[in-house]
Design a protein around this ligand. Sequence first.
Ligand SMILES: C[S@@+](CC[C@H](N)C(=O)[O-])C[C@H]1O[C@@H](n2cnc3c(N)ncnc32)[C@H](O)[C@@H]1O
Length: 333
Amino acid sequence: MDRRVSDQIDGYARKVAQQFKFLPEIILETRTISLQRLSSIDSGRTRPKGRNPLSHVIGVARAGSYVTPAFMLSYQHIYHAGNLADVHKHGLLAWILNYLTAKAKPLTYIETHAGRALYDLQDAAAIKTGEAAAGIGKVASWFDDTHPLTEVLTAARATHGPHSYAGSPLIAAHLLRPDDRMHLAELHPGEHAALDFALSSFPAKCYQQDGFELAHSLIPPTPRRGFMLIDPSYEIKRDYEDIPRHIAGFARAWNVGIICLWYPILTAQSHLPMLTTLEKAHPGAFRHEVRFPPARKGHGMIGSGMFVINPPYGLETEAARVSDRFATLTVDR
Ligand SMILES: C[S@@+](CC[C@H](N)C(=O)[O-])C[C@H]1O[C@@H](n2cnc3c(N)ncnc32)[C@H](O)[C@@H]1O
């Protein structure tokens, strides 16, 4: 694409992004995706004959038919699947579900931001960021052969090929039993279709719906015993403001539910006001954070956090073990 077109779209992208209060890292990622999409419009496949390419591209962008989906839901977990934040989140998730399923009583699993469930770590997007290679590719041995995360990842590789990686819905699907219930929300149409396909052999309900809205409508669930994972992409700054209100509602309506929020630790410290509110509202919750080197020079994420309401017995011990492993990574504190 010509430089002038690229600069104009960049300016427009920034304006829209500011309007929607996107975080700087997301703006950058979004711009790349948008430029790819807009380049394909400009390639002439959709441009009416004789129309100036620049005004066509800007016109389509303004009409919102390309910019809106790209901006509203630009995040794709394939760029980050298997990174150190996933290792933290998925390790604890697998441990908790393994603990809960040791008891004969059935349970409900709710996930508000599911993603596509199955990732190919040889995908160009995963290779491009190198996050999986620096994550699960490097530290899989932190989890021994009997750890539930190892069991699930081994099963996923046996079924889907040696480069596959299980996202949280697939981890849950592997560990849950026939009497347990699974409800998964994923708003992005492409990710939702992939999720539905990846889980087609499991008794999971996949909704293309806002995850917070779905969770409010389901709780208290049947069976009442259970677990909720909230794993937003934090694409919109407002997420940080809204999450404590949603979680307060979940905890009120489902006082026995284990409610678990993942959050990134960013150099910008955007998570801190949210955490202060959460800790005040849920003094008995368990908070676990790990630090790691940024995926790339200048990348804003330097750690991963889990905030767990009604933490199961033994979680603190497992989390301390995980902390010891993360402490072996070289981190500038
Ligand atoms: C961090 S990814 C999920 C990763 C997944 N939990 C895992 O660990 O494998 C967040 C997902 O939430 C989706 N999403 C964003 N906003 C959403 C919303 N309001 N409701 C449901 N899904 C949403 C995004 O499309 C993205 O796929």
